[in-house]
Ligand binder design. Structure first.
Ligand code: GRF
Length: 210
């Protein structure tokens, strides 16, 4: 059974979606630990309530990114994961860290990549007048918010809505698409060819639309 470590920094609703998928029998994997860089991340209590091991590696305690990432990797590797899932983990990772987990590090980003890497994605999509917006699950590479795209979720932008309303509708689909993508990985169904991700199950839907 695939062993998963989830990294969070905050509320952890995507982590919760993974826990729910596992409980429902839709995710053939064990979530063996949830690790946060912030002791006050609300998701830690949720994970503990589900009987999952938790740990905190506070980034402020380290002199630089490399030292933090080295300790984070040590904490992660103690749980011997086959996959590390970033779920609202708000730290930029060093190339050494990303290389260490090459091919087994996934992220969800709240935009239709390659549009809007970085922060304030919903605001920026509205400012750009986008008519469609969404979220992307991708393998992590050293290039921030890039890397092979595993699945995307798209919502139409409604005239007059604000960033919070848009974010809420995108988040609801994140909770659908992320467990699905992780389940494909767990079943060994993801193939990456020339940077393009294909799912071996021909019925798999790599695009979810509202
Ligand atoms: C989500 O919007 C995700 O796309 C982004 O950070 C947010 C995390 O939310 N990477 P949550 O902590 O999973 O609720």
């Amino acid at each position: 059974m695939l062993r998963i470590v989830v990294l969070i920094s905050g509320r952890g609703s995507n982590m919760e979606a993974l826990i729910r998928a596992r409980a429902a029998g839709d995710l053939p994997a064990d979530i063996v630990a949830v690790i946060s860089n912030r002791a006050d991340a609300a998701g830690l209590a949720t994970a503990a309530a589900s009987g999952i091991a938790t740990a905190v590696v506070p980034h402020g305690a380290f002199s630089d990114r490399a030292a933090f990432d080295a300790e984070l990797a040590r904490a992660i590797d103690a749980f011997r994961p086959g996959l590390v899932v970033l779920a609202g983990f708000m730290r930029i990772l060093t190339p050494a860290f990303v290389t260490h987990y090459a091919g087994r590090l996934m992220n969800i980003h709240p935009s239709l990549l390659p549009a809007f890497p970085g922060l304030r994605t919903h605001e920026r999509a509205l400012e750009a007048g986008c008519k469609v917006h969404g979220a992307t699950v991708h393998f992590v590479t050293a290039d921030l918010d890039h890397g092979p795209i595993i699945a995307q979720a798209a919502v139409p932008v409604r005239p007059g809505e604000d960033a919070a309303q848009l974010a809420k509708r995108v988040l609801a689909l994140e909770h659908v698409v992320y467990p699905r993508a992780v389940a494909w990985f767990a079943r060994g169904e993801l193939v990456v060819e020339n940077g393009v991700v294909r799912v071996t199950d021909p019925a798999a839907r790599q695009l979810v639309m509202a």
